[in-house]
Each structure stands twice: as C-alpha cells, then as structure tokens.
Design a protein. Structure first.
Length: 538
C-alpha cells in the first residue's frame, strides 16, 4: 500500500539508479555518520539499513555541496576522498542515470580475510522467567495487560553465538582458531537493475572442517522511491548502533522479498520518508514436540518532519505455518490484537532520533517496542536508548557513544511459537536477548579517515527481574534453587588502519568476565577473543 501510494504521488521516482546494498559492517556508515557530525549531511535516515550504494552517493554529493559552500576540516576532506574511491560507479552516474552502461559488472567488488581466536564459551539464553502481567506504561501504573494467572513461567531460549562478536550475520566461531574468507561480486543492467552475490568460506579448529555458504545474494529492480529486492540479505530496523529490537543482522540473513525506498521520498502529503516492507519465513523447528515454521513480515516507515528530527514506526510479525490455526478468523484476530487463539506473534513500536546542531551535532535516539498493545500504545515494553557525540573536540577527531538496552521478561518468547523470535537459535533483534539489561560505551579517535582506534566497554545483567526457582538443567522447579543475577563486564579495543591503497587492516582484542554464569550462583567464566582481518574495498 505504501509502495503504491508512492508510485501514484511520484511515478517518475519508481526507477532510478539501481545499486546493490552496502554491507552493514562496512566503515562507509561511520564515514557518513562522521560527515553528519561535521554538519555536512542532514538528510540522512538511519532507521532503515542497509543503505544502497546510490543512497550513499546521494549523501556524499550533499556533503560535497555543503563543504564547497561552508568549508570543512581536513578529516572531512579525507573522508570524502575515500568515499569517492569506494563509490566510483554511483558517484559517476547518480543524477544522470541514462549514462549508465546497458550491462556492466565487477567480479570482485569487496573481499575480506578474517582470523578469529576464541578462548571461552558462549552464554545460553535458556532461562525460565516469571511474567506477572498487569503491565503499565514505562513501568508506571498497571492493568493494561491482565495479571498472569498461570503458575508456570515463560521460557527464554537462544544463544549469543560468539562471545564478544555480536551482529555478524549469524556466524558462530568455535573455541580455538577460526578463519573466514568472503568476497562479493556485482552485476548492473543499465540504471534499472542490479545484483550481488557474497559467498563465505568458514573454517573452525573446533569443527575441523571448512563449510561454504551463501551469506548474501540478491537481485534488485528499481531505485529511489520504489525498489524490489529478491534474495538473501541483511536488514536493520532502528536507530541503534549495538542493537535493534525488531530486526538486525545478529542472526543469519533471511531469504526475503522486499519492497522499499532506498532513498528518501519527498512526498506532497507527508514529510520526507523512507519505507521497507520485508517478507520471509523462519526455518523449521520442533520445540517440545511442536513443529513450527512461521512466515515473517517486517515493516518500517521512517519520516523526517525536520532536518534534525527523524521519527519511525516498526513492525515484526511471525504468522501462520504448520501447527497453528491458519483460518481466516485466527489471522484476523492476530491483525486486530493478540489473543490466546490467534496465529501470530508481533513486535511493534516506534523510534526517534534528534540531532542538536548547537551541540556539535550530538544525536539523541531511542526505540520503544512492545509485544502487545493497549489501544494504540505498545506495552510489554523493551527499550534501546543512547546518545552519540560526533565531535568531542572541534577537530572532530574524537567521538563518544553510549547505548542502553532493556529487554522485557517475555521479549522474543511466545506461546504460539514456543521456539520464540529466533532464527537458527539466535535472536532476530537485539543480540543480548530478552529479560536482560545492557550498557554499552564506545570512544574512538580518528588519526585519519582510514586510521581509527576504538575502545569499548559493556555491562550486561540477566536475572535481576523475573527470577524463579529452577533445577540443575535451568527448567522451572518450585522446589529448586533461586536463579542468581548474572553480571557480565567486558572490554574491547580495535585498531583499523590502511594496509595498502585498497586494503584496510583491523586488529581487535576483547575480554569479558561473567559472574554467576548462566544464572548459577558462584559459577564464573572468562572469555577472550582475538580478531585480525584484511578487507578489500569494504
């Protein structure tokens, strides 16, 4: 419906310069964010990612125009120079789409060789959680959701994957040495269509064998106000840096059909906006003897009432498949509101991002999402909130970010789909899972556009609400032992620097200390991770 409306308002925007997407771990995002911090970009919308390469080119051209009119720092000029090297095709043809060759290709667009050494073990999120119900709003008041009459608790499931390495397309590294090689190629059909493929070869000392899998591979038709994408790709819905509640690249990439506007649409009746509508399906699971394979529908609409204000609404829904009531009545009940006999599980909410030009373009952002609703308001609330200071000093060489996440007791759980909101056993949204709190602090210093040192600190807590008594396996037992509060403290340092003209290198070391590991009193765990990689035109 959104896509059709866009076509009716602006049919000329339906097709423009089609281009593949930029991987979510590409430094291009930090380059553009830094230029925004210098005041050279104001039309960016961060609530829907990945960006297409054409969208990145549009933002670079905006920055170039403002830099020419107002002046800029040496670091900003370095960032622009490097972005011109990374986006040559899109910068050449953006705004003159008719000049694009009828057929073109780049057999090696990007490449990366990575080595990871892990000493330790991931946390399991398998945990019984007491859900009293009777929710209010922001923890205030009560009665928007009925009290929970059931004595048995809710069951959290899933895993964090790799300690100290979240949001990595569901790649799980084993204990000891691991190696990864990935490369991407792209094909272009004039300005109308494009395609990309990124296979990945993984080897783990723990498994003793190499595996090959397709990480990303898709075709795209259109651009600007309307684009169709079909294939396997990563997606991120929300303004957060460390996590998003509804959909992120923490799990494996879904096979999707997506309608979206890769660039903002200047509408007549609404503010400037971007949208994304994603259709997919979860893998088959059998949990406690119940088979499920629901469909996934995710949507996001982001709007900019002002240059410095972004507002978005989001939705993620599991629905249908084997083992549930797929009648029209059950589907309709799920669309109107959650009940005990519908066939869906929904996460929905909104987010806000505010830029403060008078405070060196500091950004404040937050996301609220709920697994239920009372009238229009999402309840059973989970939050992401943070701030980003792009220029601690006038030079812009130093920046600072803080981000907080709180996942509700029943976030990513559901009675209809007992496996929960997981894909290949990893949370589809925030990497830290439900029934948890996470504090994240990141400082970075830019020696140059390609030379960056970053220091990060984490504090994560599980078990400080929703505690129950459990047996030795972690399942609810009224006569068992009370869960303890698990506390994780972690430090991570990374250095990115140029290796040659088109190659960057990265070195990273992380260490974490976990007390009351997996909520067992007195159990401790210490994990270490070393990461080294070479990236080509990433």
């Amino acid at each position: 419906m959104v896509a059709a409306s866009i076509l009716l308002w602006y049919p000329c925007l339906a097709f423009a310069l089609s281009s593949p997407n930029i991987p979510l771990d590409s430094p291009i995002y930090s380059y553009l964010e830094k230029l925004s911090g210098f005041g050279l970009i104001s039309s960016d919308i961060k609530g829907i990612r990945p960006f297409s390469r054409a969208e990145a080119a549009r933002l670079v051209k905006e920055a170039e125009a403002r830099a020419a009119a107002t002046g800029h720092s040496a670091l900003a000029e370095e960032l622009l120079d490097h972005l011109r090297e990374l986006l040559p095709r899109e910068l050449s043809y953006y705004g003159r789409d008719e000049a694009a060759p009828a057929f073109d290709y780049d057999p090696l667009k990007t490449a990366r060789l990575r080595y990871v050494y892990l000493e330790g073990a991931p946390r399991s999120y398998f945990r019984a959680v007491h859900d009293p119900g009777n929710d209010g709003v922001f923890g205030i008041g009560s009665g928007l959701r009925p009290p929970n009459p059931y004595p048995s608790p809710t069951q959290q499931r899933g895993t964090e994957g790799t300690p100290l390495f979240e949001n990595n397309d569901g790649v799980v590294y084993g204990s000891g040495s691991n190696a990864e090689l990935r490369g991407s190629g792209e094909v272009y059909f004039g300005s109308m269509a494009s395609a990309a493929i990124e296979p990945m070869l993984l080897w783990s000392e723990a498994g003793g064998e190499a595996t090959l899998r397709l990480n990303r591979g898709y075709a795209k038709l259109g651009g600007k106000g309307l684009e169709l994408e079909v294939g396997r790709d990563e997606n991120w819905l929300g303004p957060g840096y460390r996590g998003a509640i509804t959909l992120s690249n923490n799990p494996r990439n879904f096979d999707i059909v997506k309608l979206s506007s890769p660039e903002p649409v200047q509408s007549k009746y609404l503010w400037d906006l971007k949208y994304s509508l994603i259709f997919s399906r979860f893998e088959k699971t059998v949990t406690d003897g119940e088979e499920r394979r629901p469909y996934l529908f995710a949507g996001k609409l982001s709007m900019k009432p002002l240059n410095d204000l972004e507002f978005g609404i989001n939705l993620g829904r599991q629905v249908g498949g084997p083992g549930v009531n797929n009648s029209f009545a059950a589907t309709l009940r799920g669309m109107v509101g959650g009940t005990n006999d519908d066939n869906s599980n929904t996460i929905a909410g909104f987010d806000v991002r505010l830029r403060l030009p008078w405070l060196r373009n500091t950004e404040l952002y937050g996301e609220l999402s709920g697994e239920d609703s009372a009238a229009f308001w999402p309840i059973v609330e989970s939050y992401v909130a943070g701030f980003y200071i792009p220029r601690i000093t006038e030079s812009g060489a130093d920046d600072l970010r803080f981000e907080y996440f709180r996942g509700h007791r029943i976030l990513y759980t559901n009675g209809t789909f007992p496996e929960g909101y997981l894909y290949h056993n990893m949370p589809v949204g925030h990497s830290q899972g439900g029934a948890t709190q996470d504090f994240f602090l990141r400082y970075s210093h830019w020696f140059s556009a390609r030379n960056n040192l970053a220091l990060e600190a984490f504090h994560t807590r599980r078990g400080d609400y929703g505690r129950v008594t459990v047996d030795a396996t972690g399942r609810f037992d009224a006569a068992g032992t009370m869960q303890s509060i698990e506390r994780k403290n972690a430090l991570r340092a990374s250095w990115t620097f140029p290796f040659s003209k088109e190659w960057n290198a990265l070195l990273l070391y992380g260490q974490e200390w976990i007390h009351n590991y997996e909520l067992r009193a007195g159990d401790t765990q210490m994990n270490q991770l070393v990461r080294a990689e070479l990236s080509y035109r990433y």
